[in-house]
Design a protein around this ligand. Structure first.
Ligand code: GUN
Length: 303
C-alpha cells in the first residue's frame, strides 16, 4: 500500500503580547490627553505594606505620570482606622484635581472593603467596583458604566484575536470574584457570548471547560487548567498571577493555566507574566481619561 506523506497543518498558537497591546492603549491615552487639553487626576491609596500591592500601586503611579496625568499615591499605615480611610476618600471625592480614586485591595482585615468601596463617588470609581457601576454593567448600560480594568483588558485581548463580534461563542469564566469573574461574565454576555461561570463548587469543571471557545481563568490556583480542560483551537486568557516558591529558594510568577501543556492546543494564549497584567494598568488609565472627559463635558466639579 502506498503511504501518503502526512504533515500537520495545525498552526502554532499565538502567544498574545499584553505588553504591546497595553502600550498601544497607553499611547492612545497620552495622545488624547494632549489633543483634548486634559489633566486627568488619579489617586491610588495603599493601606499597609504588602510588597506585591506596593509594586502594583507604584506601577499605576508611574503609568499615570507617563500619560501626563496628575498622580497621587497615598500611603497609609497598616493600623489606619476605617474612619480615617473613609475621611481620606471623602476629601478625594471633592477634590477637583482628582478624577479617579483607587483603593488597592486587599485591605487589612479590620477594614470593611465593601464599605470603603461604596464610599468612593461612583463617577470617580475607576475600578468599577461601586454598586452603581456594577449595576450599570449588569443591566447592559455600558455607556454609563465604569467597567473593572482587568475584565476590560481581557475583553480587549479577546477581541484583538477573534474580532469585535463574539456572537455565539461559548465563553467559560473560571472564578466568580467581584474583581474579575463576575464582571468578566457580564461583559462577555453583553457581547453576545454564551457564558458559563465555573467556581470551587462546580461539578466536573474540566468537562464544562472543554466546551469553551474562550476560556478566562481567574481563580488564583497555579496551573489549575490542564490540557484536558481545553478544546483544541480555544482562546485562553490567563488572569492568574501566582507567586510560587521554587526548590532552589527562588520564586516565580505563574498563571492559573498550565501553560506548557495547554499552549500547544490553543489558537492563542496569554502568558504570565506579560499577558493580562499590563492590560489592567492600561485600562485604568483609559477609565481615568473617560472620567476626566465626562467631567469636562458637563463642566463638573465635585465641590
Ligand atoms: N487588587 C488586585 N487587583 C485589583 C484591582 O483591579 N483593583 C484594586 N483596587 N485592587 C486590586
Amino acid at each position: 500500500m502506498k503511504t501518503v506523506p502526512s504533515f500537520s497543518t495545525k498552526a502554532a498558537p499565538v502567544i498574545i503580547d499584553g505588553k504591546a497591546a497595553s502600550q498601544a492603549i497607553v499611547e492612545q491615552v497620552k495622545a488624547a490627553v494632549v489633543a483634548e487639553h486634559l489633566r486627568p487626576g488619579l489617586a491610588v491609596l495603599l493601606v499597609g505594606s504588602d510588597p506585591a500591592s506596593a509594586v502594583y500601586v507604584r506601577n499605576k503611579g508611574l503609568r499615570a505620570k507617563e500619560c501626563g496625568f496628575h498622580s497621587e499615591q497615598i500611603d497609609l499605615d497598616e493600623n489606619t482606622s476605617e474612619g480615617e480611610l473613609l475621611a481620606v476618600i471623602g476629601r478625594l471625592n471633592s477634590d477637583e484635581n482628582i478624577h479617579g480614586i483607587l483603593v488597592q485591595l486587599p485591605l487589612p482585615r479590620h477594614i470593611d472593603a465593601h464599605k470603603v468601596i461604596q464610599a468612593i463617588h461612583p463617577m470617580k470609581d475607576v475600578d468599577g467596583f461601586h454598586y452603581v457601576n456594577v449595576g450599570h454593567l449588569a443591566s447592559g448600560a455600558l455607556g454609563d458604566a465604569l467597567v473593572p480594568c482587568t475584565p476590560l483588558g481581557s475583553l480587549h485581548l479577546i477581541q484583538q484575536h477573534l474580532g469585535n463580534d463574539l456572537s455565539g461563542k461559548h465563553a467559560v469564566v473560571i472564578g466568580r470574584s467581584n474583581i474579575v469573574g463576575k464582571p468578566m461574565a457580564s461583559l462577555l454576555l453583553q457581547h453576545n457570548c454564551t457564558v458559563t461561570v465555573l467556581h470551587s463548587r462546580t461539578f466536573e469543571p474540566e468537562k464544562l471547560c472543554r466546551q469553551a471557545d474562550i476560556v478566562v481563568a481567574a481563580v488564583g490556583v497555579p496551573g489549575l487548567v490542564k490540557a484536558d480542560w481545553i478544546k483544541p483551537g480555544a482562546l485562553v486568557i490567563d488572569v492568574g498571577i501566582n507567586r510560587i516558591e521554587l526548590a532552589d529558594g527562588n520564586s516565580r510568577l505563574v498563571g492559573d493555566v498550565a501553560f506548557d501543556e495547554v499552549a500547544p492546543l490553543t489558537s492563542a494564549i496569554t502568558p504570565v507574566p506579560g499577558g493580562v497584567g499590563p492590560m489592567t494598568i492600561a485600562l485604568l488609565m483609559q477609565n481615568t481619561l473617560s472620567v476626566a472627559r465626562r467631567f469636562k463635558k458637563v463642566g463638573l466639579t465635585m465641590r
